[in-house]
Design a protein. Structure first.
Length: 333
C-alpha cells in the first residue's frame, strides 16, 4: 500500500496589499512541501492586488487557486477558503506577512508524527528590510508533543493567533470564524484547541510578521468589546468540553485574554466616553466571574508573573487601573 502524502491547504485572504503580496506568495510557492494548494482570496481589493494574484495563478497553476469575492472582512474570506479547501490540513497566512520555506513541511510532519490536530510554530516580527525586531516564543519549556490532559496550562498561556498554526481540517467540520467581529482568532482558536487531546510544536521561528511602516495607527474604539464577547463564546464551549473541570485554567484564560488583553486595547482608546463605558464593562466581566484583584496581579504565564514581565509603562497603567485611578490614567495618556 502506497502512503499518499498529506496535502496542506494554505488560505491567504487579500485586501489592498499590492506592496507586500508578491513576497508573501513567493514564500508560499517556494515551500519545501510539494503537496500544497494555496487558496488566494481577493476580498474585494481596490488596488493592484487582483492583478498580482492572477499573475501568480498563471505562473503556478498547480499550486495557486485564485478566487475573487465581494469584500466581507477577514473572517468571511477565511471561511470562504475553508469551504473550498481540499487538503488534510489547513493553514492561514496573512497577505502582508511571509513564512520560512520549510514551515509547512515541518509542521505537517509533526502533526503526523504525534497524531496532533494542531501544530504551533514561533513568530518573529520583522521590518520591511527583513530585520528581526522581536522574537515571540509561543510555548517555552515544553516538549515537542504536548499532552493536554497533563499540560492543560497551555490553554491559558498560548497566544491564539491563527497564522502560526497548522490545523487538521476536521477541526472545522462544524466551526468557522465568526463574521463581523474583531478578534476572531480569540473567539475561534481556543474552541479548536478544546477539540484536541495533543498538540505539537516546533521552536523554529517560521512565521514572519511584518510591521509595516506605512500602516496608519489603528483607532481603538468600542470594537474592543469584542474581546470580552469572544471570551464569553469560548466559556460556553469550555463548559461542554472534556476539559470542563479544569476551572483554574479557565480562570487563567479569562484573566489573560479577557482582562490583560482587553486592558492592552483599552489603554489606546482616546474617546473618553468610550473609555469609561468599556472600563465599566470590564468591571462587570470581572465581578460576574468572581475574579479577585489578587488573582489578576498574581497571574503567572509560563511560570512567570505576567504583570512583572510587562514594560514599565504598561505595568503602571494596569496598577493604576486596578487601584481605581481611571482619571489619573486619562491625564497620563
Amino acid at each position: 500500500m502506497i502512503n499518499v502524502p498529506s496535502k496542506v491547504s494554505i488560505i491567504v485572504p487579500v485586501y489592498n496589499v499590492e506592496n507586500y503580496l508578491a513576497k508573501c506568495l513567493d514564500s508560499l510557492v517556494n515551500q519545501t512541501l510539494q503537496e500544497i494548494e494555496i487558496l488566494v482570496i481577493n476580498d474585494g481589493s481596490k488596488d493592484n492586488s487582483g492583478h498580482i494574484i492572477q499573475e501568480y495563478a498563471q505562473q503556478y497553476p498547480d499550486k495557486i487557486k485564485a478566487f475573487q469575492k465581494e469584500n466581507g472582512g477577514l473572517s468571511d474570506a477565511r471561511n470562504f477558503g475553508i469551504d473550498r479547501a481540499t487538503g488534510d490540513y489547513i493553514g492561514f497566512v496573512d497577505s502582508d506577512d511571509y513564512v520560512m520555506e520549510a514551515m509547512f513541511e515541518e509542521m505537517v510532519n509533526l502533526a503526523e508524527k504525534h497524531q496532533s490536530k494542531m501544530v504551533i510554530c514561533n513568530i518573529q516580527k520583522v521590518d520591511e528590510f527583513g530585520s528581526v525586531t522581536q522574537k515571540l516564543t509561543q510555548i517555552p519549556n515544553m516538549p515537542e508533543r504536548i499532552d493536554l490532559e497533563k499540560h492543560f496550562s497551555v490553554f491559558s498561556d498560548i497566544s491564539y493567533f491563527a497564522c502560526n498554526k497548522l490545523f487538521k481540517k476536521e477541526l472545522f467540520a462544524d466551526k468557522r470564524f465568526k463574521k463581523g467581529i474583531h478578534f476572531e482568532d480569540i473567539q475561534l482558536i481556543p474552541q479548536l484547541l478544546l477539540e484536541c487531546t495533543t498538540i505539537a510544536q516546533t521552536q523554529n521561528f517560521h512565521y514572519q510578521y511584518l510591521e509595516r511602516s506605512d500602516s496608519i495607527t489603528k483607532t481603538h474604539t468600542k470594537k474592543g468589546l469584542d474581546i470580552l464577547k469572544a471570551v464569553e463564546d469560548v466559556e460556553e464551549v469550555f463548559k461542554k468540553s472534556v476539559y470542563s473541570e479544569k476551572l483554574q485554567e479557565l480562570k487563567n484564560f479569562q484573566i489573560f485574554e479577557g482582562i490583560y488583553s482587553f486592558l492592552a486595547y483599552l489603554a489606546f482608546v482616546k474617546e473618553e466616553e468610550h473609555f469609561y463605558e468599556m472600563a465599566a464593562r470590564l468591571n462587570n466581566f470581572i465581578t460576574q466571574r468572581g475574579i479577585k484583584i489578587k488573582d489578576i496581579l498574581n497571574y503567572n504565564r509560563f511560570d512567570k508573573n505576567y504583570l512583572l514581565s510587562l514594560p514599565l509603562k504598561k505595568k503602571i497603567f494596569y496598577l493604576l487601573y486596578f487601584a481605581g485611578q481611571k482619571k489619573l490614567i486619562r491625564k497620563l495618556m
